[in-house]
Design a protein around this ligand. Sequence first.
Ligand code: ATP
Ligand code: MG
Length: 298
Amino acid sequence: MITLLTPTRGYSSVAACTICARNSERHYPVGQTTSNFVEVVDVGLSYGRKSRVKALDALTIDVARGEFVAIVGPSGCGKSSLMKLVTGLLPPTTGTIRVDGHEVLGPLKMVGMAFQNPTLLPWRKLLQNVLLPFEVTDEHRYKIRLKRSGYEQMARSLLGSVGLAEFESSYPWQLSGGMQQRASLCRALVHQPALLMLDEPFGALDAFTREELWDILQGLWLSQGFTTILVTHDLREAVYLADRIFVLSGRPGRVVATHKVDLTRPRTPDTAYDLQFQELVRGLREEIRVESARIKHH
Ligand SMILES: Nc1ncnc2c1ncn2[C@@H]1O[C@H](COP(=O)(O)OP(=O)(O)OP(=O)(O)O)[C@@H](O)[C@H]1O
Ligand SMILES: [Mg+2]
């Protein structure tokens, strides 16, 4: 059972969005976006000095504030590299990246991240793992002594919302892979980042657990309204979760197609039987098949 979090940033007076019941101040339904929160403009990325590997080329992507975007493409086309560029872990070779109107010139503070491997610290209990962002971000590090109980309350509320309330004192290795990944989502969100970056977060999980986590993520996103960029190989996952999907070409990655997903929210397991859902998945599969074949014949 999924409990939706109540909005935590104090916009109770804001009218609810008619499309998805989220607060209209933070959420701009597709087609009604007012500004781009993330702008990747004509970006190229090459690795190495002598034998240069061109990972991305002339890549342009925009993401509206509060939007949920998925990025799909053949293996090795530069998806993880793009995530590193947007979060400021890597500088682009050419082009510009802006987040919230500012050029990205170093690691961003306002971002939460989760990857295929949950990367929880094995010597820390779950609650302590989820609290980690407060200890490592400058904004919170100096306040943690004073605000510890408030921070713990936020962490507990998140753990409760993903069904892990009774496991806060467990170590990660005492939990299943799906539970660890749920905790990893909590850790990514506990400091209320404006931007959530997910790189194949559910790739290592069985199909049933993965679909449970789609609903958990959708619930958190609907209630909190953070902007999300999800990299995934699972095309059903992309269609289930995203407002828009960018398809990248084979390396060097550039955008070859963009799809709007106009399925109503919240999406439910029945959504996957919708004809529009299935046609979109089939179309994406074909686009990626063509791109993968193009790389092999190159
Ligand atoms: N640190 C690095 N040094 C050199 N080359 C790199 C580095 N990281 C990635 N690459 C190369 O850049 C290209 C894109 O890699 P990236 O990991 O971004 O692809 P990806 O789309 O995430 O792949 P996958 O779907 O398999 O995860 C690959 O050819 C890879 O070998
Ligand atoms: Mg990758």
